[in-house]
Design a protein around this ligand. Structure first.
Ligand SMILES: Cc1cc2nc3c(=O)[nH]c(=O)nc-3n(C[C@H](O)[C@H](O)[C@H](O)COP(=O)(O)O)c2cc1C
Length: 207
């Protein structure tokens, strides 16, 4: 079983990465394979709603890492989406990436467990956490919690390690995600593997 951890920060080895490492270690200790992948710090296009992904199975924009991350998502059993807080929201590049990732590759992630985490110096954490969790909620995913809302604090990686409560929250995510993956694996091949799919009624409230 494999978990893909996505670092949406422009800093490859910053605070978000440090938090993801804490989660990955707990997963590895419980026999779960992990891969941390970085969104990068080049420009990330926003979704233009062209519908091309429905035709081609990937985003029409191939000049950033979103499609490559989407391909990795296909093979993963679970996910962790991490972002730093920028002006009380997840960083802009991560929002652009999440929009396109879920439009183009959401079908490969549904019914799988995932956790979202945020890293901030001080504030905007719960608002940012809400934004990220909403991608899971619209995509039939199982949201993995911990002992508080999934956040760490710091400006540098060493600050994150000093945030004892943040560290314990991250470790809890790893433990809970590993447990859930094993529970789900134990019902593979049985009728309990997937829930009954209720067809989605899509309305716009426009007359
Ligand atoms: C453009 C920008 C905006 C930021 N806005 C906030 C903010 O609203 N609240 C906050 O607590 N920290 C804010 N920060 C600090 C980062 O969230 C914090 O240092 C974070 O842990 C960095 O994670 P990283 O090392 O993974 O990039 C901001 C940083 C940048 C660069």
């Amino acid at each position: 079983m494999k978990v893909l951890l996505i670092n949406g920060s422009p800093n490859e080895h910053g605070c978000t990465y440090t938090a993801l490492i804490l989660i990955a270690r707990e997963l590895n200790a419980r026999g779960i394979e992990t891969e941390i992948t970085w969104l990068g710090n080049d420009a990330v296009r926003g979704c233009i709603g062209c519908g091309g992904c429905k035709k081609f199975g990937k985003c029409v924009f191939g000049d950033d890492r979103v499609n490559a991350i989407g391909e990795k998502c296909k093979g993963a059993d679970g996910y962790v989406f991490g972002a730093p807080v920028h002006y009380a929201s997840p960083n802009g590049a991560m929002i652009c990436a999440m929009d396109r990732l879920f439009m183009a590759f959401g079908q490969h992630m549904k019914f799988k467990p995932a956790a979202c985490i945020v890293s901030a110096r001080r504030a905007g954490t719960t608002a940012s956490y809400d934004v990220l969790n909403k991608y899971l909620g619209i995509n039939n995913m199982i949201t993995v919690p911990s002992s508080y809302w999934n956040m760490v604090h710091g400006s540098r990686p060493e600050d994150v390690i000093k945030d004892e409560e943040g560290v314990s929250i991250m470790r809890g995510i790893g433990s809970n995600l590993a447990w859930l993956l094993k529970v789900l694996d134990s019902v593979k091949g049985t009728p309990l593997e997937k829930p009954e799919v209720i067809p989605k009624a899509k309305t716009n409230f426009i007359r």
